[in-house]
Design a protein around this ligand. Structure first.
Ligand code: HEM
Length: 406
């Protein structure tokens, strides 16, 4: 028999008031009673299987399409959010993914690996002699912008522009869009003009970069329009910058508690892929995402009426006993087989930049471990508030053995 979700006796979890570990613990406790829990604005699934099922079910649409109404945001910001690939659904979304995906293969991101190593090496050069740093400000914040610019084909002289636009546009995720709207809109308009000029230039003179690949992308005569190219560029900048920075900081923060594994990673760079997957599983920069039922949906004998908001707790799903043996044990040598973690999402909106994100982290982590031996904390880690959508440390003070050789 199908029960309407509102009639179920479910535990209530105030996710917005809980930090990461508290939220995971609260969801795990709630699972004893039911696979669903009640959260502000709707319901939540937290088991690996249910998170995957909801994210793969095309009848559940991205909550970004309704977020502007929920948060009362109108005008350009709301409109942009709704036009973003993250908010698109159905054939429109499938078409865009089909055209854009070939530009995001591991092969195309692998060509950036030497550049990634160079960027991270230079950032560590800046702190290696002192033997201490705030990893967030000194390494994580600056790391992704040059890579995204290199990927897109923007020159070094414009890195700062991209960095400032990204900072302002990310205010969208800070739950205060109404107040930040003017700055967000100004940044969006400037980025828009810049990318349009870039598209024009690449159309007449293609280069070896993502934008040229996206312009050339064609399937059965179908191509991306200039508006779509601009939207995709913005999506890459927005989805690919703050996520990577925060994930790198989360991963290193976690490893400060496991000095033996840090040391091994520095000595055995082949462990990088496992270290990236395990740190993303334990402490992902994206803790949850949300969907809205686009129609009445029956799932596991529960009816979700059209319009119901369902939060998918990626963080809790990553500790599912069915997915991992002794899931709370942190071990970078864990075989990378079996269940995949949910930090990059799943299903139709699965992270388009997953290969790039993995490559950036796989290059950064072993290099940091090698160049920052005897790592320890140089003060308490300060964390962003749990309400921030893309989350991690705001300050990560580290000390390590300073560089002695030339
Ligand atoms: C460690 C870093 C990253 C994390 C944790 C991450 C996480 C995610 C997650 C969870 C989603 C799905 C959101 C949802 O289902 O609602 C997503 C989508 C997306 N990501 Fe990432 N991401 C990362 C890096 C990147 C990078 C480097 C890029 C760009 C080059 C990127 C581009 C995208 C795009 C375009 C989407 C939307 C895909 C779609 O809607 O079809 N991400 N990401």
């Amino acid at each position: 028999m199908t029960t309407p979700v509102q009639d179920l006796d479910l535990q209530e979890i105030d996710v917005l008031g809980l930090d990461r570990a508290e939220a995971v613990a609260a969801f795990e406790a709630a699972q004893e009673q039911h696979w669903l829990a009640r959260v502000p604005l709707g319901y939540a699934v937290s088991r690996h299987e249910d998170v995957m099922a909801v994210l793969r079910d095309r009848r559940f649409h991205s909550a970004l399409s309704v977020l502007p109404q929920i948060s009362g945001v109108e005008g350009m910001v709301g409109e942009r959010q709704q036009r973003s690939i993250l908010a698109m659904e159905g054939p429109e979304h499938t078409r865009l993914r089909r055209l854009a995906s070939p530009a995001f293969t591991p092969r195309s991101t692998d060509r950036l690996r030497p550049f990634m190593r160079q960027v991270i090496d230079e950032l560590v050069d800046g702190v290696a002699d002192q033997g201490r740093c705030d990893l967030v400000a000194d390494v994580c914040e600056p790391y992704p912008i040059p890579i995204i610019c290199e990927l897109l084909g923007a020159p070094k002289a414009d890195w700062k522009l991209f960095s400032d636009w990204a900072t302002d546009i990310f205010r969208i995720f800070n739950n205060d869009v109404a107040n930040d709207r003017t700055r967000i809109e100004a940044a969006m308009a400037q980025l828009d003009d810049y990318v349009r000029a870039m598209v024009d230039a690449r159309r007449s003179r293609p280069a070896d970069d993502l934008l040229s690949d996206l312009i050339a992308a064609e399937e059965e005569g179908d191509r991306l329009t200039t508006d779509e190219l601009v939207m995709m560029t913005e999506a890459v900048l927005m989805a690919g910058t703050d996520t990577t920075r925060n994930q790198l900081a989360c991963s290193v923060a976690l490893l400060t508690g496991h000095p033996d594994q840090w040391e091994r990673l520095g000595a055995e760079p082949d462990l990088a892929a496992g270290a990236v997957e395990e740190t993303m599983r334990h402490l992902g920069a994206v803790r949850a995402t949300a969907r809205v039922a686009a129609e009445d949906i029956e799932y596991r004998d529960v009816l979700f009426p059209a319009g119901t908001l369902v939060v998918t707790s990626l963080a809790t799903g990553n500790f599912d006993r069915d997915g991992w043996d002794d899931p709370h044990r942190f071990d970078i040598t864990r075989p990378v087989t079996g269940a995949s973690h949910l930090t990059l999402g799943s299903g139709t909106h699965y992270c388009l930049g997953a290969s790039l994100a993995r490559a950036e982290l796989q290059e950064a982590l072993p290099l940091l471990a090698r160049r920052m031996p005897d790592l320890g904390l140089d003060g308490p880690i300060e964390w962003k508030p749990p309400t921030v959508g893309i989350w991690g440390p705001s300050r990560l003070p580290l000390c390590f053995r300073p560089r002695t050789e030339g």
